[in-house]
Ligand binder design. Sequence first.
Ligand code: SIN
Ligand code: CO
Length: 400
Amino acid sequence: MSGVFIFSEDPIMNTESPLQLLGGMTAREFLRDYWQKKPLLIRQAIADFENPVSPDELAGLSLEEEIESRLVIEHGEQPWELRRGPFAEDTYQSLPERDWTLLVQAVDQFIPEVAELRDQFNFLPNWRIDDVMISFAAPGGGVGPHFDNYDVFLLQGHGTRRWRIGQMCDGDSPLLAHEELRILAEFEQQDEWVLQPGDMLYLPPRLAHYGTAEDDCMTYSIGFRAPSTAELLTHYTDFIAQFLTDEERYTDADIKPASDPNQIQADAVQRLRAMLNEQLSDDRLLLSWFGQFMTEPRYPERIAGTDIEESELLDALQQGALLVRNPSARLAWSEVDTDLLLFSSGNSRLLPGSLRELVRNICAADALHLDNLAAWLKDGEARNLILELIKQGSLEFADE
Ligand code: SIN
Ligand code: CO
């Protein structure tokens, strides 16, 4: 990182206090000893957990066109049959008594109580969280032994589930022949636990795991996002390329006479290396791109935006309106010298450092209203920022 960045050292999270979510460990201890390294079972991570979504509600979500859902039926039309939603209401009448699972993606975008669960994970960067997936399984149901390429916290929400963990895997781990599901052909069990509501299992990336429902059960997966190196490179190079002119090309002004004209000499590689390094070493550009990339929404169609005049915004706030983050919007911020960068659903905005607290509140998804906005509304740039975020769809008025 070059010296132009001053990253804030005053986290909102206290990393030194023991967290019940982590079984009494501090965030610092968990991150040091477990995160990305080894699994951790936490009994009663959330004591007296009240399941915010009933199995029927989850099934209801799977009927919606805009929500991603899947059914995995172990003994279906083929072993481990995968069906993709949206499902019809009668789907559930025709399912077998046991050995199937319904998985619904990004429920946090649709049910506020599920979105609130994410707050428990504030000791990790919010932009690393992908979504909260919820599964419902009939007795015996599971998605087969597999590994994921990202960290996940598996919180038991309802009923009991047996989790088995196995070996560390990679792209060479043998899989069953299946068109879509990546089910491991070999599972070397290392440990197993039965989880009750409120219990949670943390799994690092690539650890084989296999969950089976002991009875009707629901599991909340708080999954993290880890873009692949290939994805990062292709997206970032596409991003930089739009700023390059056609005249910026390979040059070799001081080339030596070729001893063999068919040989690509080492100095050509050095020139290429210098050319690429020059493009890749701009931290400010890298940050601008990364913030946009990581805040790309999963469902862009849910970030519709509203055309609104400043006077309408002010009137609405005067009348007690609440502004909240669109649950489908992703927000993040960063500092560049004395300025700020606010990333919202794939966009970036350079803002003066004076808006820091406002930007923090917006990203923390605190509700904004006349009381906490009064001072900001006197500032033209703050008013403009709020307006722009409403127009873009990242902020919206709460329905009340
Ligand atoms: C599930 O909830 O059934 C699957 C979660 C996982 O194994 O990643
Ligand atoms: Co998994």
